[in-house]
Ligand binder design. Structure first.
Ligand code: GLY
Length: 563
């Protein structure tokens, strides 16, 4: 949160403090209660356990991140990475801790091609070549040491306990495990951990993971060294090499998280703090909201509202990832892309009653369609906030577990443009900005965000590959319209990503009248049967003192709670 907004908010709460007698307001500027929403009830409960032990939102973020590694390994885990957006209430500091994975030094783009020179999806999705150097543990350790109040032994304790005692995976976990069983079966340690006699387990299975409990204990006792150095690092490197990959001890030893300035901008009196590169999410979000800022969306009928939102999506997705890559290596025109002058130019091409065919816009970009990742949101009793999106990329990452570690490795190498100048297996058109180079971070869509108004504050995010950004956009617009987290996460979603030139919609996103009107404007509306995303949102109304937390009902075990 910028100092300016923090001061405005603080003044607001002082002025309104007399009315803030609602159950949750305890002292000016502080919620007095905490809200956590995550993709799993055990992870949400673990976060509250850490708060009850005297931890702050950042300790709780470490706990929830680790617990999700245990109970939702199909989406994220210590074999992957994440972006941790933090707001520290004491000094109004916003920071993004970038724990994104990096390419190993031995990366060689040619190894991902088949005999004909085409991208070989099996290599970029499955097994050792697909795995980048994990950042998740370094992120958790960094946050605990620099922002938390508790030792890692306390904040990791709930995850260690759940891993050791076991839990019963939900239907989503089991379905996704079954969908990746063929790959998991290739690697004996993963097959032993995740399958029963070589087949995907059925409902009622208790998943115990003592190896993961032990790995987390090593981190609790030794911090980074427990994972990136010494015996454990040898184990990881040997395991990846034995399977045909090219990790080295130096890759692990050299991994560092980066503290980055989040992307921040204003939209019609609201302040948005969101992910900066190596995510493309914040930039696309800024472009879309800048375009939309000139429309008073509340004044339009629903079809025109959808029309303008879709046209903003179309234009931002054309630019998405065109110029973007690892900010440590790639010079990016961020100021231009997120500036109002640029948005004015893009807006000028939007017609009032007509779709703009994507083919009439210059440039070409097909987005990546990865759907596995997780997001959780936290506000603590002091007003500290954490919005964390973390991932192993595809379900169960690369499908491979190194013996004795207890976690799948990511397949984040596929987020690079592995074959320059040609669409990759997902349809991503690559360029040099996102080329796979030693030590580089692959471009991401993860968009953890804070929405800050004079009275209301929200933490929002979701998994969903390229759809993350449009989901976060729609969530932010709903929040600004006054909707509560439970309404925001349940709302049907629509999405346009420049190409293919169609509006994808969840069931019941549009009424029959809206669809007809959109088609008359020239849109192709594809209302599918499937839903997408797993949005988890918390909010705090500084005026009334109310806090809310909600997990997406599309997920099976999500939980949002205020305590
Ligand atoms: N691996 C998905 C993302 O970072 O966007």
């Amino acid at each position: 949160m910028s100092k300016r907004y923090f001061v405005l908010l603080a003044l607001g709460i002082v002025a309104l403090g007399v009315h803030a007698g609602a159950a949750h307001a305890q002292s000016p500027g502080k919620p007095g209660h905490a809200a956590i929403a995550s993709a799993h009830k055990l992870a949400t409960a673990a976060g509250f356990e850490t708060l009850a032990a005297g931890g702050n939102a950042f300790d709780a973020a470490v706990t929830v991140a680790a617990a999700l590694s245990v109970v939702e390994p199909q989406s994220s885990g210590i074999g992957g990475g994440g972006l941790f957006l933090l707001h520290r209430a004491a000094d109004a500091r916003d920071v993004m801790v970038d724990a994104r994975e990096t390419a190993p030094a031995a990366v060689d783009a040619k190894k991902y091609l088949d005999a004909k020179g085409d991208l070989d999806q099996d290599k970029s999705w499955n097994g050792p070549l697909a795995a980048a150097i994990p950042g998740e543990v370094a992120g958790m350790v960094w946050i605990s040491q620099h922002y938390g109040k508790l030792p890692l032994s306390t904040s990791l304790a709930p995850a260690i306990r759940i891993a050791r005692d076991g839990f019963q995976p939900d239907s989503r976990f089991l379905r996704e495990l079954a969908s990746r069983a063929d790959v998991i079966r290739r690697y004996p340690a993963g097959a032993a951990l995740l399958l029963e006699n070589g087949t995907a387990p059925k409902a009622g299975w208790t998943f115990k993971n003592p190896d993961l409990a032990h790995t987390l204990e090593l981190v609790a006792a030794n911090g980074d060294d427990g994972f990136y150095r010494g015996e454990f690092a040898h184990r990881l490197v040997d395991g990846v090499k034995a399977a045909g990959g090219g990790w080295s001890l130096q890759d692990l030893d050299g991994y560092r998280v980066k503290e980055r300035e989040p992307l921040a901008f204003d939209y019609r009196g609201w302040h948005i703090v969101t992910a900066s590169p190596p995510s493309s999410g914040g930039i696309a979000l800024a472009e879309m909201l800048n375009i939309l800022s000139a429309y008073d969306l509340a004044k339009y009928d629903s079809t025109h509202r959808i029309h303008f939102i879709v046209e903003a999506m179309r234009r931002a997705y054309r630019d998405r990832a065109e110029y973007l890559g690892d900010p440590d290596y790639v010079k990016m025109p961020i100021e231009r892309l997120t500036g109002m002058k640029y948005a004015d130019k893009l807006r000028a091409s939007i017609q009032a009653d007509k779709a703009t065919p994507s083919s009439s816009l210059p440039g070409y970009l097909n987005p990546h369609e990865s759907t596995h990742t997780t997001h959780f949101s936290i506000i603590d009793a002091d007003g500290n906030m954490a919005g964390v999106t973390q991932t192993v990329n595809l379900p169960f990452g690369n499908g491979m577990v190194v013996a004795g570690t207890g976690f799948v490795l990511n397949n984040e190498m596929d987020d690079f443009a592995l074959k320059a100048g040609a669409p990759n297996a997902f349809g991503l058109v690559g360029n040099d900005a996102n080329a796979p180079k030693a030590g580089h971070r692959p471009l991401s869509s993860m968009t953890p965000s804070f929405v800050i108004g004079a009275d209301r504050v929200g933490v929002i995010g979701t998994p969903g590959g390229s759809r993350i950004i449009t989901m976060v956009l729609e969530g932010i617009l709903s929040f600004i319209d006054g909707e509560l987290p439970a309404q925001i996460v349940a709302k049907p979603r629509f999405h346009h990503q420049y190409l293919p030139d169609v509006i994808s919609a969840e069931p019941h996103a549009f009424s029959a009248d809206e669809t007809r009107s959109l088609e008359k404007m020239g849109y192709v509306v594809n209302e599918g049967e499937r839903t997408w995303g797993f949005m988890n949102v918390v909010s705090w109304d500084r005026k009334t003192g109310e806090m809310h937390a909600a997990a997406d009902p599309r997920g099976t075990s999500g939980s949002g709670e205020v305590k």
